[in-house]
Design a protein around this ligand. Sequence first.
Ligand code: HC1
Length: 589
Amino acid sequence: NIKISINGQGVEVKKDTSILDAARQIGVNIPTLCYHKDLCIAGNCRVCVVEVAGQKRLSPACATPCEEGMEILTNSVKVRNSRKHIIELLLSEHNADCTRCYKNGNCELQKLASDYKIMTSDFIPLVPFKHYTIDMFSPSIIKDDSKCIRCQRCVRTCAELQGVSALSVAYKGDMMKITTFFEKAMNEVNCTNCGQCVIHCPTGALTERNYIEEVWEAITDPSKFVVVQTAPAVRVALGEELGFEVGTRITGKMVAALKRLGFDAVMDTDFTADLTIMEEGTELLTRLKGVLLDHDQNVKLPMATSCSPGWIKYIEHMYPEYLGNLSTCKSPQQMFGALAKTYYARARRLEPENIVSVSVMPCTAKKFEANRPEMHDSGYRDVDYVLTTRELAIMIKQAGIDFMSLEDMSYDRLMGESTGAGVIFGATGGVMEAALRTAYELVTGREVPFQNLNILPVRGMEGVREATIRIDNPLKEWAFLDGVELKCAIAHGLVNAKKVMDAVRSGEANYHFIEVMACPGGCLGGGGQPIPTSPEIRAKRAAAIYTEDENMPIRKSHKNPEVIKIYEDFLGKPLGEKSHHLLHTSYTV
Ligand code: HC1
């Protein structure tokens, strides 16, 4: 440890701690813009400058390590003046039409301008003279260069967390900008629509494409029956936007709010998450049989999960030769959409053309997924509008609903029942855990050999995790699996997916089953979740997901009564003809 002083207060910190972290340890907040806990240090915005005794120049607190005996001032006249100038400079290059900005109220630059009371503009504004572009072609993300402060958080996010690098820096000086390959529109490059750039952008330069007005219109149209589904990870994050502590589970209040907003039926993506397990688990066992028993060369292993649309887009761009390894299951969102306009319509005697299917997702790529040409198996567009967690919070505020005081309500029936296995889809490793809970029991007739069904080896926040489950004494039909060690891998964040796929490609890894979620932490850290999202926040949301699972009366997908009923009344059996038509798909490059 070393000793330093901050604003006259002695502090002991570990060697190499940054001045920023040292100050935070004693409750001194230094403002930042280009800094983000998820990302490497850039030190390019200079908003965090501090004065270090004996040094002429101010130092960026995020990029300067503490040294023994350092005397640091974070709020001297020199520091304050300099910081104000930096904020003024940033504002002179920024389209500060805040009242008409989507990020109004949740913009880090706006907050700094407010905290430091920037009332003057001593610099010549660049904004009116520059030719800025607003890219609105993507179904998921809007990129408005006039709001960009060139902090490069998006560039680092896309490279470091996702290994995609769809965004990069071009030009120099006042012409410098964040752009794509040949300055093409976002929907024409290798962007996966994951929206991680959106949750890491401090201003309104990158935002989700919102469908709030379209959904209001559908709700208000008396000829439409509007069904809504809510993704597993929304229930552990929506509360953050509405005054609750991070990690609060607000499932019942969310359902009540959706009913108050005027949706005609409020149902659960977790139901189709359970259904996905029935289909995907059966598919995995069928593939294992094909390879291990029938030695069929055309059957591909490892099988990879297919519910994260950012991951699908990534594999299409980066590993197209492995498209056949993707499970053919549609994502739970899309299974729900296809069933809403067929099974649900039939049961409720509704005309499918009058159903508007809305989903609330923690994800921006889900907007892209709903827009894919493959997703019309109901005979209509299966999911009409996708709202993010943030958009739902906006609607709840617009409707004047006092969220805190709402009484809990339950999901509507038919596609509203779920299990703990469906809920954990929202955390990295959750799809794998849910699948193992069911597949192991189908094969052996016994529960997975883990205490209280919690398969701890697949949980956690390590970027890549591996687990092996040995199958002993299977039922007769699965005798070929006796003694087989099922090798599983889990990756979250596409940069980690790359590690797994490279190991598969080189032959170094020999997995049977891979789960990939495009976003760090899985969907709970999705690009549509509340801002900010950080490692600590993701950990709290994950803990909430596992508590939700433990509190569910049923925790295995194959025990979901509505799943059992849909097979009896409509689908027949997993991987049957109807399932094949409505619940499965294939992707081409
Ligand atoms: Fe997800 Fe999924 S878990 S992809 O992360 O399989 O978005 O939450 O809804 O579809 O169920 C997201 C979450 C979500 C799907 C499910």
